[in-house]
Design a protein around this ligand. Sequence first.
Ligand SMILES: [Zn+2]
Length: 626
Amino acid sequence: MTRRLQNVLVLVLVASAPRPALAQAPVAYQVSFPEPEHRWMLVEAHFDDLPAAGALELRMSRSSPGRYAAHDFAKNVFDVRVTDAGGAALEVSRPTPHQWTVRGHRGRVRVSYRIFGDRTDGTYLAVDSTHAHINMPAALMWARGLERRPVIVRFAPPTGSGWRVATQLFPGADAFTYTAPNLFYLMDSPTELSAYSLRTFTIPDAPGTPMFRVAVHHTGTDAEVGAFAADVEKVVREARHVFSEYPRFEGNTYTFIADYLPWADGDGMEHRNSTILTGTSSLRSNRLGLLDTASHEFFHAWNVERIRPQSLEPFNLEDVNISGELWLAEGFTSYYGPLVMVRAGLTQAADFAAEMAGVINTVLHSPGRALRSAEEMSRLAPFVDAATSIDRTNFENTFISYYTWGAAIGLGLDLTLRQRSGGAVTLDRYMRALWERHGRPGGALPGTVDRPYTMADLQQTLASVSGDAAFAADFFARFIQGRDVPDYERLLDSVGFVLRPAAPGVASAGQLRLQDSGDGVRVVAAVPYGSPAYAAGLERDDLIVSMAGGAVESPAAFDRAVRERKPGDEVPIVFERRGIRVSAVLRLAQEPRLEVMPAESAGRPLTAVQRRLRDAWLSSGARNSF
Ligand SMILES: [Zn+2]
């Protein structure tokens, strides 16, 4: 640690005078960037007031709030030095790859290490000459047993860089010093240091007027950030109508931190009072796409950050949490992201309908639905959410994203509630009830949730909102714990939309991913269970030689050969499987894809009742509030 940090600590401690919460010294970090172009940063940490007996167990996290797979953040740590307050080296052992155990200290430990990071997204660390994009679990070593201590972080940007700080951490003694009330809040507080463009706006709300900040690090113009912030404000205003109020943001501020850079990776990550939005595209080329992510993440400020499943609370930084409720936490958020956009007038009803068609198609036609419920799909998150493995999986056949399935359930539940109540009861009302029971009460410790929900709570709240316990029990049994899907054709009809086959009379061999592999047309993804190609014995890696006696020259030629035939036609096919030639018969099916369109675009009459229900569903909550 540097003398400079010691001075800052003295200042901060003096400034925060009545200090019952600071009975023990805060954990203090200094983060600096001696060679940002080489993509590493230097972390120096002070752990003081330690019980003299006993070891200090320093950890790198294995998971990151909002991300569901296990990670090995310790892998990028190097040049670790552990000393006492006088600079004498201390004995360190490594019981696990993620831990440094320090013995023989006399109550004070200093740690310094360098850490490499080169991925700009919501999970990892990225350091380069344009910014430091810091996800705390990927960057900061912490100590077991000190989780409730306050934290001070001092950033020392490169001289002349012009970097400023964007974060939900609490402002400290100067523009580069920040605090967190405890470890949970620190780990939930990603921080961007760069010469970003900033816009702010406030929206009056009872009891306070929260401030919203939009900080964008990108390669476009400042005017584009202004236009983007205006769009974000529309989303932020519209989302409020679902819940009738904003959460009480700690610090009364919510920060959108965006990195739209050719060298970033696409992501969006929610936090209590901020979100990380990253993408390779630009505000100019992908305005609505980037806004859609912002809409999703902001909805999380209620749904998952505060209306939080018991299974994610407290968040385990040493392992992964398993949750059967992600169909609601992520899926309903995926339903509301685009719904808020259309209500805010940023997209059209037809855009929203097309999005819902994609969701319905995936859920209705994915073979995984025969194997697992939405609850069970949620529990697979540790294996699919930014998880990596070198061996293959067959998730194409056994998994449906809880984002997609959950969005389909959100749509189905919303329209079911509206239809059975003539529009009086809605999913908005359900979300508001969850907010009142589980979100608004908050937590005694900043950054925590004292009344997380269980699956039984979700069902019980549906019973009370719908006034029908049998309906709620049936809905959960069939659509959450079972593998049934609501009757989307009938439900969409109630709001004046038509669900119908997108390609009647068109033949299909099943969703095959084919590639020109140099030696022919190869199947490069698992073949869907139950599809014509599956029945014919085709599988990943097989090389398609001929169809109906003619050579198959390209993936496009295969598609053409299928489409010039009719559903039910039987076509001889020859392929090579593990070096052996196989002859089979491909019995083509009807292309199953469905489309959703407004009744009037499909040439159907729109009744007054349908129009009223549709307007109440898709128009701004400002108009609907009562
Ligand atoms: Zn999400």
